[in-house]
Write a protein that binds this ligand. Structure first.
Ligand SMILES: Nc1nc2c(ncn2[C@@H]2O[C@H](COP(=O)(O)OP(=O)(O)OP(=O)(O)O)[C@@H](O)[C@H]2O)c(=O)[nH]1
Length: 919
């Protein structure tokens, strides 16, 4: 029997002494050193143990490889076309290849090591298989080999040998076939890759690794994976790149690997999913880029992405085009700058339509700016212009064609046909400076006696003859409420007589009159009135006038100043002469032989006569029977009455007449025109009505859209006072309207919702009831139905004969609407003289009222040595034991304060109340 020393045995088994000694110890054999001598049975036991260990190692290896094969089986199932190869491979390759891929896959990148290690082993295997390796290219054979488990190794090796890049290529090709099988491909391909990977690993490890990676990772990623591997193998890849590159794209997935082999021929099949191809292209590009920047990390990331699924890739691809598409679109838009025409007001929707964008886009934009609007939100031109700019639109304001102005437009007159005409003069001035008295003196009439309240309330027109020459006077009121009417008067007249009382001088409305006359570009003749009064001071008036650029002639200026007295008649003739002189200088002319045209000075509804209008003919001659149109009214002149109440048949330039025959009451200040026929007059009126409606609608709309107004009303900061004005003549309606509108302030807005001539009727009351308005009747009365309706509906209906009263009442109404203002009012002081404590009550301050009075429920402030220690309500006020309403100065009282008991003697108590302050 052979005996051996431990070290000898170790050497023969290729094991270390220590290992042998361990085995011996484990089996209960005691050895002291490597020089110990072992019996034959002991040697045999060690040998067997070593062999057993070897075997178990090998098995372990096989087992780890064996996991993959299962997958391969599955893959084969998917590849019906490749069934044969599938079957053959499955047997051999599957088990082997899968195993590798599996191993590799896990290690993919790290694979670098493993492959190396494996490669080393395998290579040794390959060595034997080498030849077979070459056969593999012929897939059929391989398959047959593949069936042999060992061959698998060979298969792998074969490939490796090919490492034989060709070998790999061969495999790939076979895979390529598989590629068609793609379905199966996954498994097959992977394997192939896997195989390649490993085999290559020897020489090409890097590549192999990559491929495996690909196989495992999915198609494209797999490429990336390969890419990643390649970087390591850099050069080799170079060698294979061409092939690999192609394959990869084809492979898309793991199949890619297979496809790669078959890639070229099979490409079309693989390319079925066009997107994949495109992706692969992009992937390649990516790969290149990555390679350029040498990114292993990137590859890893990519692999991760791959594992998430192809969708990621798809999405990426999809994203790219998506982002690309939108980009050019806006660019185009940006380039397009459009011009749009916008009205004064419009809704967001209308603006969007004009700009050809979605209304929602504007709403969104404004929302981003913190403005919350809807598509129906009204905006003004300025706002719209700003918004439009943001959408590359340049806005221009809409030019409104004034149809009425066009209608009233006139051609130049032929100078040769014009003849001198009487001057039209208006009388202006401050209140009570004597306008009416002056006119009265001129006309020798007593108009003043007829006026309610002694104030001129509407324009009167009179013609006077002085030395055979005529002058037309318009008596305009001096009160500021009649500003509008005065404007019309100034605009329709040639000369303004500015009445200034010598005893009063230039007053606010005198200045206003001066400004109006200057604005109208008419001559001003100053009548310094009331010179009969002892307090009259003509020089002072002249002095004041000169401050307003009215320098009297005798002061070296050009303004004619005539001292007059309406009472004594002094200076009246001089004034008239001056008027005629000025008219002569101005060469006032008109053509009397043409169709008449002029102004409505005022109009009213007469119970017997119907609508009556006082008109001033400015051009041509108006005859009875002429068809005329004035604003929304039209008709035929039925009769004409002059300023002295006489019926006349015609009226030439500068002649004021009262006309009958109109369809309705025209507005004061309206231009009247004579037409060829009544039909024409009617169509003129119709145009006017429709235009006016439009204008009214627009006005209403724009008012409604005034953000400030609306928001303030909503916030309760602003209240509206709706008023309906009815008066006997149009001029008064205007006057009342103007005065009332001026009462508007920051907190209350006066709104005249309706104004008209005539008695207050049921429709006025109904309107007032529905719009919560009050009705102001000026020199008119409600008819019986209206009165009853007003009572039933609770409508506030007020009647006036003097404008001041109306204004005063409305002012009061407005004050009632205003939120009251409270202010603190100190009512008395007291001093604490003694303090008592009472259970359930607290501290009672026995005090002495120093001044004023202390009232029950008043408020108090308590100060001690100048410092306030309490402010609050007085809880109780007593005289002895009785509660009292008040305690006056000089009396003692008991005070209890609300939740305050820290009282001391000589504390000072101040009592105050909150009172409403009248506005
Ligand atoms: N002493 C004197 N008083 C005059 C003269 N002219 C007018 N008055 C008085 O002044 C007051 C006002 O006269 P009006 O003619 O009503 O004055 P008005 O400018 O027409 O007034 P309104 O119609 O309210 O704008 C009346 O009491 C007149 O009697 C004058 O020449 N001398």
């Amino acid at each position: 029997m052979v005996k051996m020393r431990v070290y000898e045995l170790g050497r023969s088994l290729g094991r270390s002494n220590q290992e042998i000694m361990k085995i011996l110890t484990r089996n209960g054999i005691r050895v002291t050193s490597h020089m110990s001598v072992l019996e034959e049975n002991q040697i045999e036991m060690v040998r067997k143990t070593v062999e057993a260990n070897e075997k178990s190692k090998m098995e372990n290896q096989k087992n780890t490889e064996g996991e993959a094969p299962k997958k391969k089986n599955i893959s084969q199932v998917f590849h019906p076309q490749n069934s044969r190869s599938g079957i053959s491979r499955p047997a051999g390759q599957k088990s082997q290849k899968p195993a590798r891929p599996a191993g590799q896959s896990q290690d993919k990148k790290p694979a670098g090591d493993r492959p190396a290690a494996q490669g080393g082993e395998r290579r040794s295997q390959n060595g034997g298989n080498g030849t077979t390796g070459s056969q593999r290219p012929q897939n059929g054979e391989r398959r047959s080999q593949g069936q042999n488990g060992e061959r698998r190794n060979q298969g792998q090796n074969g490939e490796r040998r090919n490492g034989g890049f060709q070998g790999q290529g061969g495999e790939r090709r076979s895979q390529g076939q598989n590629g068609e099988r793609r379905g199966q491909g996954q498994g097959g391909e992977r394997r192939s890759q896997g195989q390649n990977g490993e085999r290559r690993s020897g020489s090409f490890q890097g590549q192999g690794g990559e491929r495996r990676g690909q196989g495992q990772n999915g198609e494209r990623r797999s490429y990336q994976g390969q890419g990643g591997g390649r970087p390591q193998n850099g050069e080799r890849r170079g060698g294979f790149q061409g092939q690999d590159g192609e394959r990869r794209p084809q492979n898309g997935d793991r199949r890619g690997g297979q496809r790669g082999g078959a890639s070229i021929p099979k490409a079309p099949i693989e390319s079925k999913p066009l997107t994949k191809e495109s992706r692969t292209r992009t992937d390649r590009n990516n790969d290149r880029n990555r390679k350029n920047s040498g990114e292993d990390k990137f590859d890893r990331l990519e692999k991760k992405n791959v594992s998430r699924g192809n969708n990621t890739v798809k999405n990426q691809k999809n994203n790219k085009p998506q982002t690309a598409k939108p980009a050019p679109a806006p660019e185009k838009k940006e380039d397009e700058i459009r011009n749009i025409v916008l009205p004064e007001t419009m809704t967001i929707r209308e603006l969007a339509d004009k700009m050809k964008v979605q209304a929602a886009a504007i709403v969104k934009k404004l929302f981003m700016q913190g403005k919350i609007v809807t598509v129906n939100h009204e905006i003004d031109y300025e706002t719209a212009e700003e918004i439009a700019l943001e959408f590359n639109c340049i806005a221009e304001p809409e030019e409104k064609v004034d149809v009425i102005a066009e209608l009233l437009k006139e051609d130049e007159e032929d100078e040769s046909k014009m003849v001198p005409r009487p001057p039209v003069v208006c009388v202006m001035g401050h209140v009570d400076h004597g306008k009416t008295s002056l006119l009265d003196a001129i006309r020798h009439t007593h108009v003043i006696a007829k006026e309610a309240g002694g104030i001129t309330q509407h324009i009167g027109a009179y013609m006077v003859t002085i030395n055979g020459q005529k002058i037309t006077f318009l008596d305009t009121p001096g009160h500021e409420a009649f500003t509008a009417m005065r404007m019309r008067g100034a605009n329709s007249t040639d000369i303004a007589i500015l009445v200034v009382a010598a005893d009063d001088g230039v007053m606010p409305q005198t200045i206003e009159a001066i400004n109006h006359a200057k604005a109208a570009g008419i001559e001003i003749i100053v009548a310094i009135n009331k010179i009969d009064k002892p307090s009259a001071n003509i020089e002072r008036v002249k002095q004041e006038l000169s401050e307003y650029e009215l320098i009297p002639e005798d002061w070296g200026g050009s303004t004619i100043c005539v001292p007059v007295s309406a009472h004594t008649g002094e200076g009246i003739d001089t004034l008239l002469e001056m008027i005629l002189l000025t008219a002569e200088v101005n060469e006032l002319k008109a053509n009397p032989n043409r169709k008449a045209r002029g102004l409505v000075i005022e109009a009213q509804l007469d119970k017997g006569k119907g609508p009556v209008a006082t008109v001033l003919v400015q051009k041509g001659t108006l005859h009875v029977g002429d068809p005329i149109a004035a604003g929304s009214c039209f008709g035929k002149v039925r009769a004409m009455i002059d300023d002295k109440g006489r019926r006349v048949k015609e009226a030439g330039p500068s002649v004021p007449v009262e006309i009958l025959g109109l369809s309705d009451v025209p507005n004061a200040g309206e231009i009247f025109v004579q037409t060829d026929s009544e039909k024409e007059a009617r169509s003129f009126a119709d145009t006017f009505i429709s235009e006016n409606k439009e204008r009214l609608l627009e006005e209403t709309r724009s008012k409604m859209s005034l953000d400030d107004l609306f928001s303030q009303i909503q916030a309760g900061n602003l209240k509206e006072l709706n008023i309906i004005v009815k008066a006997d003549v149009q001029g008064s309606v205007e006057a009342v309207k103007q005065s009332l509108l001026k009462l508007s302030n920051d907190e209350v807005v006066v709104k005249i919702i309706h104004g008209g001539v005539g008695a207050i009727n049921e429709s006025d009351v109904t309107l007032a009831a529905t719009s919560n308005a009050i009705i102001i009747g000026f020199n008119v009365r409600p008819d019986s139905t209206a009165k009853a309706t007003a009572e039933r509906e609770g409508v506030d209906l007020r009647l006036y004969r003097v404008i001041y009263d109306a204004i005063a009442d409305v002012e009061a109404a407005m004050k009632g609407m205003l939120d009251p203002i409270y202010e603190e009012k100190v009512i008395g002081h007291a001093e604490v003289r003694q303090t008592f404590k009472a259970s359930g009550v607290g501290t009672i301050a026995g005090s002495y009222v120093l001044d004023g009075v202390f009232q029950r429920n008043c408020k108090v402030r308590i100060t001690r040595e100048g410092k306030q220690i309490y402010e609050g309500a007085l809880a109780s006020l007593k005289r002895f034991k009785d509660d009292v309403k008040e305690v006056k100065a000089g009396y003692e009282c008991g005070l209890v304060f609300d939740k305050f008991n820290d009282l001391q003697e000589f504390d000072q108590v101040e009592a105050y109340i909150m009172v409403e302050v009248p506005r």
